[in-house]
Design a protein around this ligand. Sequence first.
Ligand code: 2HG
Ligand code: ZN
Length: 448
Amino acid sequence: MDHDRLVQGLREVVGKDHVLTDPDLRSSYEIDWLRQYIDDTPCVVRPHTAAEVAGVLRVCGEVGVGVVPQGGNTGLVGGSTPRRGAVLLSMRRFTDLGQVDREAHQVTVGAGVTIEQLQQHARAVGLDFAVDWGARSSATVGGAVNTDAGGSRVVRLGTMRQQVLGVQAVLADGSLIDELGGLPKNTAGPSLSHLLVGSEGTLAVVTAVRLRLVPWFRETAASLVACDSLMHAVAMLPRLRQLSSLDAVEVLLPEALQVACKHLGVAPPIDPSSAGAFVMIDCAAHTDPGDELADFLASEQGVMAVGAQREQLFLIRDHVTIAIGALGKPLKLDVAVPVMNLDRLVRAVRSGIREHAPGARLIVFGHLAEGNLHVNVLDAGDAGPLLKDLILMTAIELGGTISAEHGIGVAKVDWLERLHGPAHVAALRAIKQALDPQGLLNPGVLLP
Ligand code: 2HG
Ligand code: ZN
């Protein structure tokens, strides 16, 4: 690779202030927030228009160097940190917040807008954005589109895929796709925008997104419910789903509740060892949903609802990842299975750990309604790779997936074909080859 030609070419496209070659300036882009994935990049380039992205791709194509797009750098699977000498393409300058279209309940925003900025922008006119999770203040819309982010409100409002009406994106050859028209009905052929949702930066660079907005439910009521087992928690779902104000159903197994409270230095709302699973139910509506939630809790046999402030519950929930990260580098997996199989999944994981890494610490939490568990194993030692395979293969065998919301990144490429089968992966490969024959975009991610 001709380093000088690369840097000079990129400077001509974005200006010299936006090509960072100094190691001190590059360093925060070269490592993810949980310090799991680290590598060097020759430079960080920070365009701020789609035309500049096209210019960056042209220069990188000419020099023959890959491009890793990065948003808020909150990913958990190594999908947006540099590798293989690729240029790091930071999308954080795409911060345009379009005017909210109140008639259509839609807005167009730049890929570098954070989820929190988007929520605030929508709330300023009485609307809201549907997808929400703990990293909202750093995670960007572009990253969320590329991973098909989910978070806590999927039970009511769906994942990122259901919010995206269309995208503007630059293809590897520098051409532009523009589907920002926002038509809810448009059957003129397959949607290229939706092909890009979940494509993890391997097919195009998303620069702007047209998004659906939802009503802002200002009245809320939440409860932490202690269940004797995970099975019992799952058994609540049919009746829970009947609640018209149901907004989120999160689950924390005792260890998760314990580590988050300890990290925050707060007393747990209930003794973590007193139950087998804790379910956080969040209700939201235009009028106080407290009665609806209270009626549900009163009629549900054998559960104990803990009186706690909603803010406190969310604080605890949003800190589980950070608390685990402070204890070490976990084996971190994001799997989902049909809810009826959740208990079998956890049993298999526990027995695998007992057999192969008895000293390891298992911390499980996640999104109950989607059967999505975050399986974190601390101190797995040499058994890490074996446990990873065991957990991912168990999820597949139970009819589930190896990634529910974090993506494949570099962490799970080896399991993609085992999940989808050869025909599916061959089709994905053919699409990649057609759109990015040089393999410029996010090399090493998603496809084996
Ligand atoms: C969450 O639900 C995130 O908080 C992070 O998806 C999950 O740390 C994890 O494993
Ligand atoms: Zn999650």
